[in-house]
Design a protein around this ligand. Structure first.
Ligand SMILES: *[C@@H]1O[C@H](CO)[C@@H](O)[C@H](O)[C@H]1NC(C)=O
Ligand SMILES: *[C@@H]1O[C@H](CO)[C@@H](O)[C@H](O)[C@H]1NC(C)=O
Ligand SMILES: *[C@@H]1O[C@H](CO)[C@@H](O)[C@H](O)[C@H]1NC(C)=O
Ligand SMILES: *[C@@H]1O[C@H](CO)[C@@H](O)[C@H](O)[C@H]1NC(C)=O
Ligand SMILES: *[C@@H]1O[C@H](CO)[C@@H](O)[C@H](O)[C@H]1NC(C)=O
Ligand SMILES: *[C@@H]1O[C@H](CO)[C@@H](O)[C@H](O)[C@H]1NC(C)=O
Ligand SMILES: *[C@@H]1O[C@H](CO)[C@@H](O)[C@H](O)[C@H]1NC(C)=O
Length: 339
């Protein structure tokens, strides 16, 4: 050890003893020569923190310490950290700046002041804030109806962010959970859609990310209606099925499977619908057809009748049409009676 470093080391030790021995002595705020430093300094990660202390002309020595390590004393820099710089050293104020603050800088900083040979200390608590950030979120997933899924949304930030989950689809939108893990037991088709995770703390705007859950379910035939068509005309039978993945359709007449393009029919599938088209209806086409919708989870079927003009006038539908006209007349009469 050379002479100069040794001297510095002794001085450092001396300063440390000077400043640390009376640390147990309570600091009385409002003491002459030393105005109480601020309690909490809150800064965002990456920004600069200013540690400032008021002094007066009776002050003979002054220093800022990080825990027990001296950063600066008067104009001398002790810290080897280039982010620590002296800001002001005047008759009334002594302040240093910590640039580009990180979370390791958080903690207690001490200002030591010697006035009339009485050392005094005051403490500043540096609080480092970090905006919320979602570090790890589950990816999109596809599951079968009835299974249990656990979604993950791991977030960091200071203070610890609060995590909330929202669910969006055609039927629902809204809050579904407030934990980093969202468990859905026995998932239903209505629970498919977008899941939005939001991580929020008071530091900045929330971090928001989304994922999509696809719920597979077997086909359910939602529409298959009997249809009338005259001989020589075009006739179309429709069948639609809700299913994920989309259903594949087959058409049967009695036990015989119909093929596209054979016997003057065309089978056309579009999204969740299937169309069986007769280009030129003949007597032999009338009858009972079965539409079968299937996907990897199962199948479902429905019968559809292609009927001729003789059967087209359905008594019950003409009865309901008559009823509708009577109702309309009554409602008109009722409305008029109110005037
Ligand atoms: C300083 O921050 C702490 C939390 O870190 C808080 O409990 C305390 O009340 C704060 N003090 C002041 C004076 O704001
Ligand atoms: C303060 O001390 C902590 C712990 O030793 C260290 O990680 C941090 O870098 C220091 N910060 C400054 C500005 O000296
Ligand atoms: C996210 O977290 C899960 C479970 O803790 C882990 O298996 C996975 O490797 C993490 N992914 C990333 C990108 O860190
Ligand atoms: C429909 O079929 C009938 C009998 O097979 C035939 O006479 C008629 O020309 C056909 N019409 C059309 C438009 O193909
Ligand atoms: C059509 O056929 C199915 C079975 O293939 C049967 O259950 C249904 O009753 C039949 N419909 C009519 C109107 O005959
Ligand atoms: C239609 O569904 C019934 C059971 O719901 C089944 O017994 C029948 O075999 C099915 N028909 C066809 C053509 O798949
Ligand atoms: C006639 O109406 C009844 C009841 O509304 C229905 O079940 C039946 O399928 C209809 N018949 C035809 C040929 O549309």
């Amino acid at each position: 050890m050379g002479v100069a470093p040794c001297w510095r080391w002794l001085l450092a030790l001396g300063l440390r003893l000077l400043f640390l021995v009376p640390a147990g002595v309570p600091v009385r705020s409002g003491d002459a020569g030393f105005s109480k430093a601020m309690d909490n300094v809150t800064v965002r990660q990456g920004e600069s923190a200013i540690l400032s202390s008021g002094v007066d002309n009776r002050v003979t020595r002054v220093a800022w310490l990080n825990r027990s390590i001296i950063l600066y004393t008067s104009n001398d820099k002790w810290s080897i950290d280039p982010r620590v710089v002296l800001l002001t050293n005047t008759k009334t104020q002594y302040s240093i700046e910590i640039q580009s603050v990180n979370i390791y800088d958080e903690g207690a900083y001490t200002c030591s002041v010697q006035t009339d040979n009485h050392p005094k200390t005051s403490h500043v608590n540096l609080i480092v804030q970090v905006p919320p950030k979602i570090r790890n979120i589950s990816s999109d997933l596809t599951v079968n109806e009835g299974s249990t899924v656990t979604l993950r949304c791991l977030a960091s930030g200071r203070p610890d962010p609060t995590v909330t989950w929202k669910h969006y689809n055609e039927k629902s939108r809204g809050f579904v959970g407030d934990d980093e893990y969202l468990e859905i037991t026995g998932i239903t088709r209505d629970q498919s859609g977008l899941y939005e995770c939001s991580a929020a703390n008071e530091v900045s705007t929330p971090d928001v990310r989304r994922l999509r859950i696809t719920v597979n379910y077997p086909p359910f035939i939602s529409d298959a209606r009997n249809t009338g068509a005259s001989v020589g005309q075009k006739g179309i039978l429709r069948c639609s099925a809700l299913a994920v993945p989309l259903a594949e359709f087959q058409w049967y007449k009695e036990d015989a499977r119909l093929s596209n393009g054979l016997g003057g029919v065309r089978i056309e599938n579009k999204d969740h619908m299937s169309f069986l088209t007769f280009f030129n209806v003949s007597e032999k086409d009338y009858g009972n057809y079965t539409c079968v919708a299937s996907n990897k989870l199962g199948n479902s079927n429905a019968s559809v009748i292609l009927y001729g003009p003789g059967a087209a006038h359905n008594t019950s539908s003409s009865t309901s049409a008559a009823l509708a006209i009577i109702c309309l007349l009554f409602s008109i009469l009722y409305t008029l009676s109110k005037f």
